[in-house]
Design a protein around this ligand. Sequence first.
Ligand code: FAD
Length: 537
Amino acid sequence: MTRNQEARVFDAVVVGAGFSGLYMLHRLRELGYSVRVYEAGEDVGGTWYWNRYPGARCDIESIYYNYTFSEELRNEWTWSSRYAEQPEILRYINFVADKLDLRRDIQFKTRITSATFNEKNKNWDIQTGDGNTITAKYFITALGCLSASNTPNFKGMDRYKGELYHTGKWPHQKVDFKGKKVGIIGTGSSGIQAIPVIAQEAEHLIVFQRTPQYSSPAENHSYGPEFLQTIKENYHKIKQQMIASMHGVPSIPRDTPALDASPEERQRVYEEAWEKGGLFTLMYTYNDLGFVEEANDTVAEFVRSKIAQTVEDPEVAEKLMPSYYYGTKRPIIDTNYFQTYNRKNVTLVDIKSNPIEELTPEGLRTTEAEYEFDALVFATGFDAITGPFFKIDIRGKDGISLKEKWAGGADLKTYLGIATAGFPNMFMITGPQSPSVLSNMLVSIEQHVEWIADCIEYLRENNLETIEAIAEAEMAWSQQCKIIAEMSLATKTDSWYMGANIEGKPRGFMAFLGGVGLYRQICDDVAAKEYEGFSVS
Ligand code: FAD
């Protein structure tokens, strides 16, 4: 098939122009395929285009949270600090899009609403929100795991008269909170980044917390030129460590159980990790924290003691203390989060024990009290992982609907998180049941993009028309994902990994917990065995 823009026929259609879609476009274009990317937003960036809230930044160290496939890109870019802020990450993505001349094959402001596999010609018919149909041999989703923002449907939403924001759809112009009373609902990763920054500007900030979090200090700092030079010189070795690791960063958990150490030794080790900062540092101190309840209790208790030491009002400190297993929700790192509750202009409201009943014209009412504010921020996260898929009517063979097949998430079945039976020539970048959100996502994205491009090349070289996951293979994969998840403490906590943040969403762990290194080996092995577990024709 050759490119024909008039007729809107492409070798591949990619949905989404974040890190995933951009690299997929580049990779396939380099191999000579015609590719069109469709993006709902007005420009490139994905997560970093939409999430412009105060304090937004990465929590994987910047030097690892970037593309690694091109030495040229790597050498021409310099990160300013350990955890780059959203504007800097967005500048980086724009730099890549310009350097690789990607925009000419991206159609912005276009939402894909449906995709149907045409069994007669073995192509996908893909529809845009403005009613156009495009045809492509390969339908590739680069939708993002965290791109479908979640806004709870409170009673009285239509009556609320103040300003309303969602962290995941932040305005492009600066929002001025100076002199204002602000309410914020949600204390997940976004809320914990935004709260200290908004508190500094607003006259008063009321934090509505449903679930307290085990956040630890980011210890952000600027990068010195010598350090960056050393990283650049050693990047090849660093990359090998990243791709073979558990979470896509060049470090590994210490091979010692917490329960073998004395309380004094554990305290010393936890203190050291706390001082160092970083997303996995505390979790990596011992190898049983994610699996053994008593081991997990020791680190959970350590973080609670830190909260007690930091927050001056004991009643507020108590409300901020989590009781679920440490590390079973997405880890969070912060800059002065707990310290913020010592400010006179910050109030914490526990909405677990006093749920929000409704929004009022001036604010909101809980079961216990009424609160007034000028602006309300929803830091209520996303319908994660499967959410963006369910916003598109995706239909495979025999008109089977993906949404029905996955039964809203409970009966999730994929093969390697890349493909799903009944949907030939459809590939998912960081799809459900892949390591995705449990990892440095740039590592996972690059691995998927390269695997998919290699697979498409294999089909071309062998004159094959379609590839489709075999039902038995996906059953075995889904079972394996479930077994690994259940070996850990992760399934014992209500988290967005489990779909628990969305009302009515069926529960089930949605990612592969075996680590990016093992996962890569499995995917490579499947490819080496001529796509074992897939049927090709
Ligand atoms: P996205 O960046 O989400 O891009 C997907 C794009 O697809 C979006 O632009 C969306 O508009 C578009 N799209 C979706 N559906 C459609 C449709 N139907 N039609 C057209 N377009 C569509 N990960 C890390 O590894 N480290 C971090 O530090 C980190 N920090 C994060 C901080 C925040 C605030 C958030 C929200 C996420 C963070 N993540 C982090 C996860 C982050 O999403 C990934 O790292 C990465 O940016 C994902 O890239 P992507 O291209 O796969 O998806």
